[in-house]
Design a protein around this ligand. Structure first.
Ligand code: SAM
Length: 217
């Protein structure tokens, strides 16, 4: 039997702190996004990625916390573009920090499920789209922050174009087996590498400016 989710969540937060997550505001958002609502697996509060259907995964909690911390969400009024809604867990974390989150998922069954869950949980500042996120969402650009939660072969040009000057983008870039977690900042003269946050393993970013469809479903 799974232990009380509140206790499991506090244990997870302690583990994330031990592993180097220092932004207490990020850790606090985990309390308001009960992970067992996003993934029906008794290991929902373990620090691991888990299957969510359609061949996709809910990201490891440490990676969700790290990517959120790297986005430097210091102002409340930010517009965030998220590519790869998946279960909606990362979306819920981002929504607690921002004016509006624009979240794109290519698998309709995942995107629709996440939309219904997040509405039921009371999140009202998220706009959802089903489609290829590698092309961004020009209608709502520029974005103050962009987060990509699938591994890209290269950083999509459309996303670079749609990031506001002064904005930050966090994206895993590499081959299909391992990626570098890249943190970019947009300057007046283009996208600059701010930081490389280590090696990560993500499911592939499939699309026009990502991997070819035949890499995965
Ligand atoms: N952040 C999610 C969560 O917490 O559940 C996990 C996302 S999962 C690791 C990556 C997601 O990116 C998958 O759901 C996958 O279908 C989606 N994806 C891959 N390529 C995409 C694309 N071009 N546009 C939108 N979503 C994409």
């Amino acid at each position: 039997m799974m232990i009380d989710p509140k206790i499991a969540c506090e244990r997870l937060i302690d583990k994330l702190r031990e592993d180097g997550i220092t932004d207490e505001r990020v850790l606090d958002t985990f309390r308001k996004a009960p992970r067992h609502r996003f993934v029906t697996d008794p290991r929902a509060y373990d620090n691991i990625a888990l299957a969510i259907g359609s061949g996709q995964t809910i990201s490891q909690p440490y990676i969700v916390a790290l990517m959120t911390q790297l986005l430097e969400l210091n102002e409340k009024d930010l517009k965030i573009l998220e590519i790869g809604t998946g279960s909606g867990f990362q979306t819920a974390i981002l929504a607690q920090f921002s004016r509006r989150v624009y979240s794109i998922e290519r698998h309709r069954e995942l995107g629709d499920k996440a939309r219904l869950l997040l509405r039921e949980m009371g999140y009202e500042n998220i706009v959802f789209k089903i489609g290829d996120g590698t092309c961004g969402w020009p209608q709502w650009s520029p974005f103050d922050r962009i987060i990509v939660t699938a591994g890209a072969p290269v950083t999509p040009e459309s996303l670079a174009d749609q990031l506001a000057v002064g904005g930050i983008m966090v994206i895993p870039v590499g081959d299909s087996s391992v990626q570098d977690l890249m943190v970019y900042e947009k300057k007046e003269d283009g996208l600059k590498i701010k930081y490389m946050a280590g090696k990560v393993v993500f499911v592939p970013l499939i699309g026009q400016q990502g991997w070819n469809e035949c890499l995965n479903g």
